[in-house]
Design a protein around this ligand. Structure first.
Ligand SMILES: [Zn+2]
Length: 195
């Protein structure tokens, strides 16, 4: 490809990404915060969002998580499913796997998990098996699906229903929290071609 042609292709791709992301962003209006969110939760959610962006700088999808106990961060994690080649390495599963091995299930089960985006079914399973009793998520998974332009089913499965139907409806779930921030971060990652 000649230099001028590659410049034209690059410019077109950049415009398409920009236009596409603004189109997608218009499809996902941020939902209001869960009224149950505390000031403390907001501090840790900000960190979860930072970890999600950090993941994208390494070429991974935009997800971050951390475990907090008694006001102390026990461990942090980022999605690294792309760079590790392990498709199960979501932010939450990677973190829970590492934390339960290093700290023990008894410690992890007493922690609060903060995750930048509502956990998928696989991660809900990991949270349940780790015995975690409270988690807080930032951006609703359905909203991220809207950004991606993927068709949603008529009744998408959400994490609260997953826990109810697993028989763990007593797990405290808080979210969304500052979804506007999460949607911007996801849109930026998608515009870079990270999916
Ligand atoms: Zn997941």
């Amino acid at each position: 490809m000649t230099t001028s042609l590659s410049r034209i292709v690059f410019a077109f791709a950049a415009l398409a990404a920009l236009f596409g992301s603004s189109l997608h962003a218009a499809k996902a209006t941020p939902l209001p915060d869960d009224p149950a969110v505390t000031d403390q939760d907001r501090i840790y959610m900000k960190r979860a969002y930072e970890l999600a962006v950090s993941a994208t700088t390494k070429g991974n999808t935009c997800y971050g998580a951390l475990l907090v106990k008694d006001g102390k961060v026990l461990m942090e994690g980022e999605n690294d499913a792309i760079t590790s080649g392990d498709t199960t390495h979501h932010a939450e599963t990677g973190l829970i796997s590492k934390a339960t091995v290093a700290l023990g299930r008894d410690v992890v089960s007493g922690a609060v998990l903060y995750t930048s985006t509502e956990p998928c079914i696989m991660c809900c399973g990991a949270i349940r098996f780790a015995g975690i009793k409270k988690f807080v998520y930032g951006t609703t998974a359905i909203q991220v699906t809207r950004l991606r332009g993927t068709k949603l089913p008529d009744q998408p499965l959400q994490c609260r229903e997953v826990f109810q139907r697993m028989g763990f409806g007593d797990v405290v779930i808080v979210g969304p929290v500052d979804e506007a921030r999460g949607l911007v971060d996801h849109a930026a990652a998608l515009a870079k071609g990270i999916r």
